[in-house]
Design a protein around this ligand. Sequence first.
Ligand code: PA5
Length: 398
Amino acid sequence: LRPPVPSSLVARLDISARRLQSLADSLVILGIGGSYMGMRAIQESLGNPWHNELSREARGGIPRLYFDGWNVDSDQQRRLLELLDTRAAAHPDTPPGRTALIVISKSGGTLETAAAFRNFRELVERRFGSSATELIVPVTGETGRLRQLCQAAGYVDAFSIPEGIGGRFSVFTAGGLLPAAAAGFNIRALLQGAADMTDHFRSAPFESNLILQFVAVCHACERDLGCNLRILSTWGSCLEALGFWYDQLLSESLGKHERGATPITVVNTRDLHSRGQQHQEGRRDKLITNLLPGEPLFAPLTVPSHRFDQDRLNQLAGTSLPRILEAAVAGVNEAYADERRPTADLILPTLSEHAMGQLFQLLMLATVVEGRLVGTNPYGQPGVEAYKKNVQKNLGFS
Ligand code: PA5
């Protein structure tokens, strides 16, 4: 007898996530664009970058995580399928060998994701037989091909992305929350962060309203200074995926009617050694927004002293890496100011679910507000739809 299904979506997501964790030690998240980038941003900003290298025990029972269905890359997909197949052969039908799938597609018809789902589904059905209906969890719209397939296949769990919420605004639907919960993140704190940012947006006056200030700076720099390139300058590799999520949010929402600023994500200090030159001395068409991750989560590393001091680093012995980063942030901002290059800062208190929830919500609200300000409907992506149709036409697929 199955226990009664709770009415709260978050509770149902928790149950489904825990079931996936207990059944499988590998979890593949299939989706493209807004249907996977939010989760990827959560994983990279809050997760251990070496998660998949750890033992199941050290991972706290959280499955190894993989992303696919976001490209058409046969070799890459084959290598992942072979890895999972080898694992299944080594541990036949026990959690260490099992793979679970979360397939996310709002429309249910996006070719990249649908084609990948076929291949990963074949693996799961071939290796795990009737358990496949428990190991596969679709997240899709109320209608569409994937929804029909769910009904035919009889998956134990399937979740909906509500009508009217496009992929890039869907991180707080089951599309972002189910994989986040399965990956062990605190989805309640994520949602609380978003709710707190919404309250702030509604109640704070213009002068201290983070969303309105962010929009005002971006819009004024574009309109008055011709800064139609928006560089999101992330100070930590863990924020690169968040930057890609934002690239997609801004591009698909405001890149319409031959207008809309172009977003570019950089990771510093890495990209100071590549794009930095252009940002400092190239065309005056850029607004640089620093995204700072706040306090490190763990005890900071320091520069050790060494008896071979040919690199002269002993003078910095004991200096922490965050202190070096701080000097780099200040140094580059000073250089931009000297050249009269506009910069803005978004400063996170630290990396946590609550802070990431706030950040996602700030950026989504700002994008919608800016759309309203410039008269562009931020919803819908007719250009992407045109590409999708043409691919299908070229393949004779209907
Ligand atoms: O933001 C969007 O709506 C898009 O990026 C979609 O998420 C992307 O095209 C994938 O579409 P779907 O979720 O329908 O497979």
